[in-house]
Design a binder for this molecule. Structure first.
Ligand SMILES: Cc1cc2nc3c(=O)[nH]c(=O)nc-3n(C[C@H](O)[C@H](O)[C@H](O)COP(=O)(O)O)c2cc1C
Ligand code: SF4
Ligand code: SF4
Length: 249
């Protein structure tokens, strides 16, 4: 048996995980603290500030994994930074990663605009790269992540900037909100609830930016982060419904 766990805000990692396994499990609904044993165990996740998302870090830290072949694939807008070496370290007690790889997919971090032809090129190369990765995993290729000694520091500084300088600790909706409820159903951490006046954010945000990108009227703002005019994105093959259903187990 093979096990694949993933996390995804806007569908890139979801689409990669589904191409690598029909039974991939969303970490947002996996048992945190479980004991997992399989012939191969894999993780697919986006890179946030050069590191794995906190929800992925916590899931790996709190669970045990027993397998002769553990792998991780990161999706990112520019580069993996220290995300794969961080995953390798987190999995140390389980023997570490045997295989680490990653691929560039459109950046969902809203600050940068996405040029259409660049986006199409990145999406056009996805299936070929994922096929090669799948082949590597099937053949138990060993490929260790490069050690990134300053990754933690870079990650912490980037998060500090996002949360404190850009004040993204306090997401909010503006007057455009139609109370459609998509963000409430979509949020992987149940961080958004609907109230009479509109949506309310709690304090469990993973900064996946799924709510921002899937909001049909552009009503969600994260502190002082200025959204680039060409930043709207979700993977073209992944709908809000796909991500909502992916949390049901
Ligand atoms: C808060 C945040 C931080 C990010 N930081 C990085 C980064 O450090 N390096 C990078 O290459 N991409 C970064 N990205 C881009 C995502 O890693 C990339 O778009 C990823 O494929 C999104 O995957 P998803 O669609 O599965 O959520 C960041 C995105 C977000 C939302
Ligand atoms: S998705 Fe947008 S419009 Fe719908 S409830 Fe959320 S913020 Fe409001
Ligand atoms: S509130 Fe928005 S950005 Fe935060 S975890 Fe939920 S969907 Fe993602």
């Amino acid at each position: 048996m093979d096990l694949v766990f993933y996390f995804s805000g806007t569908g890139n990692s979801y689409n990669v995980a589904k191409a690598l396994s029909n039974n991939a499990i969303n970490i947002a609904s996996a048992t945190n603290g479980g004991n997992y044993e399989a012939d191969t165990i894999g993780f697919v996740f986006p890179v946030y500030c050069s590191l794995p998302p906190v929800i992925v870090t916590q899931f790996i830290k709190n669970s045990t994994f027993k397998s002769p072949y553990i792998w991780a694939v990161a999706t990112y807008g520019g580069g993996a930074g220290g995300a794969l070496s961080a995953a390798h370290k987190l999995l140390k007690t389980s023997g570490g990663l045997s295989y680490a790889n990653g691929l560039i997919l459109p950046d969902n971090s809203i600050i940068y605009g996405l040029e259409e032809k660049v986006k199409l090129k990145q999406l056009g190369e996805e299936s070929g790269t994922v096929s090669r990765i799948k082949n590597d995993i099937n053949n138990r290729v060993v490929k260790l992540p490069k050690n990134k000694p300053f990754a933690d520091l870079v990650g912490k500084l980037s998060w500090f900037t996002i949360k404190n300088i850009y004040q993204a600790k306090t997401p909010r909706s503006n007057e455009k909100c139609t109370k459609c409820g998509i963000c409430v159903r979509l949020c992987p951490t149940q961080n958004i609830t609907m109230a009479e006046k509109g949506i309310i954010f709690s304090d469990k945000c993973e900064y996946c930016f799924g709510c921002i990108h899937f909001c049909p009227v552009n009503a969600i703002e994260f502190g002082k982060i200025k959204r680039h005019d060409n930043a709207a994105y979700h993977h073209p093959k992944v709908s809000a419904d796909d991500l909502i259903k992916s949390k049901e187990r």
